[in-house]
Design a protein around this ligand. Sequence first.
Ligand code: MG
Length: 159
Amino acid sequence: MTDIRIGNGYDVHALAEGLPLWLGGVKIESGVGCVAHSDGDVAIHALCDAVLGALALGDIGEHFPDNSDEFKGIDSKILLHRVMGLAADRGYAVGNADITIAMQRPKLAPYITSMRETIADIMKVAVDRVSVKATTTEKLGFVGRGEGCEVFATVLMIK
Ligand code: MG
């Protein structure tokens, strides 16, 4: 019998000048980057939480504590690899993933395809099963003021 599970993930990081900006495993040209213990890839963090949520395996902070030296500056793609390993151990594969990144600037359109390809590769699915969407918040709230980046992720896991 097929077992289908849905998970959602949410993450926010503050933005600061002079830091590198990583989103969806891709380096983005930007004057600001995410303040973080890891590389600050807020999109991958939300996606990890969606996968963990689907399988009721807790959250990213539990698996990769932000006070651990092991994860200082870590490439978040490694975290997603590890989360996918936990899913595979339990016999689950990805059905599809849908990610929404809310950020006032820079424009993310030029990077969407390579984010989808990077994530699909790690999740071992075809690119047409990974959606990455970008939106602004019309200059409203902390995202609109450029103070932070907010990401929502949904994933379907199939066994
Ligand atoms: Mg995070």
